[in-house]
Design a binder for this molecule. Structure first.
Ligand code: ADP
Ligand code: MG
Length: 251
């Protein structure tokens, strides 16, 4: 039987006590171990709110998120530390997630140092990772402002992998990139998913990329899941007119 890695139950999020607006309105889904689940939805549909709750950057107003059978909302300090390693998030703007005053080599090695690697071993592990995301050794010495958006996103992915995560959350990671670079980054994520046996939550507003990469898809609108199913099924026979619209317009 396929194991559930992450279970999201009845998730509601309201940012303010003063108004009745809910960014998430009762989200339920299971993320199975080893699968790539796509979440598609237009701007403001609640995609980032959902990923921020899963990564403990926000707390839900109601509902629960269970990782490997335990509620992340009940985690103590130690469990949180382990979770921050097991679940890595890659963001839309990779530049903002690096310290501009540190080289990529420093940032990558730092992840290994935090795991207790000695200097030499951290250096070679960082180099290996760069190679894995198809960047050469010169990137060890470069600063964030010295690389392109696609290259910076590759380093961000490498840094995510350095923590040996079980779950990789990609929140609009290709949205700032041109078409060719987008495709190569998505191909890379697919390749790494297989190589590292990762579970991936791939959040995007680009239905073409989700179709290419994901096994299953959730369609989110105004904080609600409108449709859910295998990519094959949803694209062949969308049940909701909104999904049909997304497919027609290639949103
Ligand atoms: P998406 O990532 O799909 O574009 P978001 O999750 O960022 O959507 O936002 C969903 C809704 O929640 C939007 O209406 C947004 O304005 C609102 N929202 C997100 N973060 C906050 C916040 N910190 N405070 C108030 N409203 C927020
Ligand atoms: Mg977002």
């Amino acid at each position: 039987m396929t194991e559930t890695l992450l279970k999201v139950s009845h998730l509601f999020k309201k940012f303010s006590d003063h108004d009745s607006y809910y960014a998430l309105k009762g989200i339920n889904f299971d993320l199975l171990k080893g699968e790539c689940l796509g979440i598609i939805g237009e701007n403001g549909s609640g995609k980032s709110t959902l990923s921020r709750i899963i990564t403990l950057l926000e707390t839900p107003t109601q509902g629960d998120v269970c990782f490997q059978g335990f509620s992340i909302l009940d985690y103590n300090k130690k469990a949180k530390r382990a979770y921050y390693k097991d679940v890595q998030m890659i963001f839309q703007n990779p530049y903002a997630s690096f310290n501009p005053l540190k080289t990529f080599g420093y940032s990558l090695k730092n992840v290994y140092h935090n795991q207790g690697y000695p200097s030499q071993k951290a250096e070679s592990a960082a180099l290996q990772l760069l190679e894995r995301v198809r960047l050469d050794a010169s990137f060890m010495k470069r600063y964030p402002h010295q690389v392109s958006g696609g290259q910076c996103q590759r380093v961000a992915i490498a840094r995510g992998l350095a923590a040996s995560p079980k779950l990789l959350i990609c929140d609009e990671i290709t949205s700032d990139l041109d078409m060719i670079t987008k495709t190569s980054i998505v191909e890379l994520v697919g390749e790494l998913q297989k190589a590292y046996d990762l579970t991936v939550l791939f959040i995007s507003h680009d239905i073409g990329l989700v179709k290419y990469l994901c096994d299953r898809i959730l369609v989110l609108k105004n904080g609600e899941i409108l449709e859910e199913g295998s990519v094959q099924k949803v694209f062949k026979n969308p049940q909701h007119p909104y999904t049909q619209q997304l497919i027609d317009y290639g949103l």
